[in-house]
Design a protein around this ligand. Structure first.
Ligand SMILES: Nc1ncnc2c1ncn2[C@@H]1O[C@H](COP(=O)(O)OP(=O)(O)OP(=O)(O)O)[C@@H](O)[C@H]1O
Ligand SMILES: [Mg+2]
Length: 269
């Protein structure tokens, strides 16, 4: 399914989009991420699965520094995101200026769509390109319309969020993230706040991004979708990576009993 990406990777040197190296994070006494390490290649789609509370959202939030890690190191396209080197081998939190610049390469889509309620779909998509990237309004408008078209919403450009269905709002949220030209998209349960009949339209947009070669790290409970779209599935358990590999291997032939039970239950839901 990802033949184009794989072909590209065969000829080019494979770049790491994300490098997570022995990252730990605690909230109070609770160690939510426990020495997590993995790499994700550019052009790869990774789905992050695991029980509630296993640390999926925390890991995603650490990658674009919505949470500050306690130890370890995270690189996005080979650079620290929201941190800077301090002496030999150690890092410190960077200022807001560097953080804002670093985050420009990363789009984030949450369970709740978080659109500006007083702005139309078009204005929501134009906002950051104009305010952050300083794009000219006419250019931003043209690009925003193109992004809305890609998610099938060019006819809804003038609608306010409360005039759109949940599925449409989430598609606007994806268009808004894409309008910044990210190299990496982080999606945290992008369909779990939706009525079941609206899930498919959002998954279709994500599937299309995957086919275009977008690098994505997706937290999802939709295991059949993960099977279809993911190059690699990571199963988190208690803040550790318990399983990692191609979807079929992890979902159908998990090594640990807990993972097998998790996937058996997920298949039935
Ligand atoms: N800001 C925070 N302060 C304190 N505890 C937190 C905070 N954020 C997360 N936690 C705790 O960390 C643990 C992991 O949370 P996280 O949201 O990463 O899990 P998750 O795998 O995304 O779960 P879900 O599938 O329910 O979304 C939970 O026990 C949660 O209560
Ligand atoms: Mg979560």
């Amino acid at each position: 399914m990802h033949a184009r990406r794989q072909q590209e990777n065969k000829h080019d040197q494979i770049a790491h989009a994300i490098t997570v190296d022995r990252v730990s994070k605690s909230f109070g006494e609770r160690r939510v991420l426990d020495e997590i390490s993995f790499v994700q290649n550019e052009g790869e789609v990774v789905c992050l699965l695991g029980a509630s509370g296993s640390g999926k959202s925390t890991l995603l939030r650490c990658i674009n520094r919505l949470e500050v890690i306690d130890s370890g190191r995270i690189e996005v396209f080979g650079d620290l995101l929201g941190y800077e080197p301090e002496g030999v081998g150690s890092i410190r939190i960077s200022g807001d200026g560097k953080l804002a610049i670093d985050r420009q390469s990363v789009g984030m889509v949450f369970q709740k769509f978080n659109l500006f309620p007083h702005k139309t779909a078009l204005e929501n998509v134009m906002e950051a390109p104009v305010c952050v990237l300083k794009k000219r309004k006419e250019d931003a408008r043209k690009d925003a319309i193109a992004e809305l078209k890609k998610v099938g919403l060019e006819d809804f450009a003038g609608h306010y969020p409360d005039q759109l269905s949940g599925g449409q709002q989430q598609r606007v949220a994806i268009a808004r993230a894409m309008a910044m030209g990210p190299r990496l998209m982080l999606l945290d349960e992008p369909t779990s706040a939706l009525d079941p009949e609206l899930v498919g339209e959002v998954l279709a947009v994500i599937r299309q991004l995957a086919e275009e070669g977008m690098t994505m790290l997706i937290v999802t409970h939709q295991i059949e979708f993960a099977r279809e779209v993911a190059d690699t599935v990571i199963y988190l358990d208690g803040g550790k990576i318990a399983e990692q590999g191609p979807a079929d291997q992890v979902i159908d032939n998990a090594k640990s009993d807990r993972a097998r039970r998790f996937f058996a239950a997920a298949r039935q839901s």
